[in-house]
Ligand binder design. Structure first.
Ligand code: PMV
Length: 325
């Protein structure tokens, strides 16, 4: 039997970065997913094949590339760590063959690495005959995410595991019962970035200007609380305004860029109710909240300035597992 799992990507509606400083953030799972298949490997090695063009084998922690050269190690390490954490957790030693098929753009703030890791953990557990609980999946996934950046808030793993919309604070989650249709357009700058670098940049700002950043962080926390009310009341006008205000805060802590601001203004020109960068910033994506009659114009304006746009839907299902012959 082969074990499979699929897990969704995410967009952060408000509160990224500030969530690292114990403030709440609103995060929504979206209908772009990563699928992972785990099979028997009769050699005592972990072999990983990714549709991103990399494959290789880990033999006693040494990486032997098969496709994509040694650079593949950096990409495949989180999956190897994820599978190894599960093996250790269930006290098993055995070889595994892991196939990754992800539809999520990488290094763009949509939580692609977390979705792949969450699906790897869940599929590995399933292969070993264990249905891991949501909490176990999140904890085991965090091991791998720590390898990607040192101080992760855990927001990506949590939403990818749960699905839906969540109000997330470090180690605290509440599920937001929000309307099904939250029209969000993603504008991808195509500029890759490293989350850890942006998290460190903010850390530097808080060290140099503690008296100023303290108030920005506090205000961002209050903004998210207000945004939850807006979501619950289906007040998209207010939610949009708050998202744009949140973008200003992210600009002030240094994580936006000319390209991202350009995309934000393009979405505004197209008639978005609100728009902001999403995820770590520096590159990656913006999101735009808009009424259904403005979807086409917002997408058009984004492509005019060189962005790629995708209209996404909320994914109510988080990680799911199943077996195949
Ligand atoms: O994974 P990204 O790039 O979407 O960023 C995650 C959100 C941050 O708040 C920037 C980092 C974190 O660990 O919460």
């Amino acid at each position: 039997m082969e074990a499979l799992a699929s897990a969704p990507a995410k967009v952060i509606l408000t509160g990224e970065h500030f969530v690292v400083y114990n403030k709440p953030a609103i995060v929504m799972a979206i209908d772009l997913r990563a699928k992972v298949r785990v099979k028997d490997n009769f050699e005592n090695t972990i072999s990983i094949f990714s549709n991103l063009g990399y494959s290789g084998t880990y033999r006693k922690d040494r990486y032997y590339p098969e496709k994509g050269g040694v650079n593949g190690k950096k990409i495949l390490d989180p999956m190897k760590i994820a599978a190894t954490s599960v093996l250790k957790y269930v006290k098993e030693t055995r070889g595994l063959l892991i196939e990754v098929d992800s539809k999520i753009p990488v290094a763009s703030g949509l939580g692609s690495s977390a979705a792949v890791v969450v699906a790897t953990v869940a599929a590995t557990g399933k292969k070993l005959g264990v249905d891991l609980s949501k909490e176990e999946i999140i904890n085991l996934s965090l091991e791998a995410e720590k390898h990607v950046h040192v101080n992760p808030s855990g927001i990506d793993q949590t939403i990818s595991t749960y699905g839906g919309i969540i109000l997330y604070k470090k180690n605290e989650i509440s599920i937001i019962d929000a309307p099904h249709n939250i029209p969000i357009i993603i504008g991808n700058s195509g500029v890759p970035r490293v989350t850890g670098d942006l998290v460190s940049k903010v850390r530097r700002m808080t060290t140099i200007y503690p008296q100023i950043t303290k108030y920005i962080i506090q205000a961002a926390g209050l903004l998210t609380i207000k945004a939850v009310d807006a979501l619950k009341e289906r007040n998209f006008q207010l939610l949009g305004e708050l998202m744009s205000l949140n973008h200003g805060m992210l600009v002030s802590i240094g994580v936006s860029s000319f390209t991202l601001d350009n995309l934000v203004y393009a979405a505004k020109r197209g008639g978005a109710l609100g728009t902001k960068l999403t995820g770590a910033g520096g590159g990656g994506c913006i999101i735009a909240l808009c009424t259904t009659d403005r979807i086409d114009t917002v997408m058009e304006e984004i492509s005019k300035v060189g962005g790629t746009s995708i209209f996404v839907k909320k994914a109510d299902r988080g990680v799911v597992t199943w077996l195949e012959n």
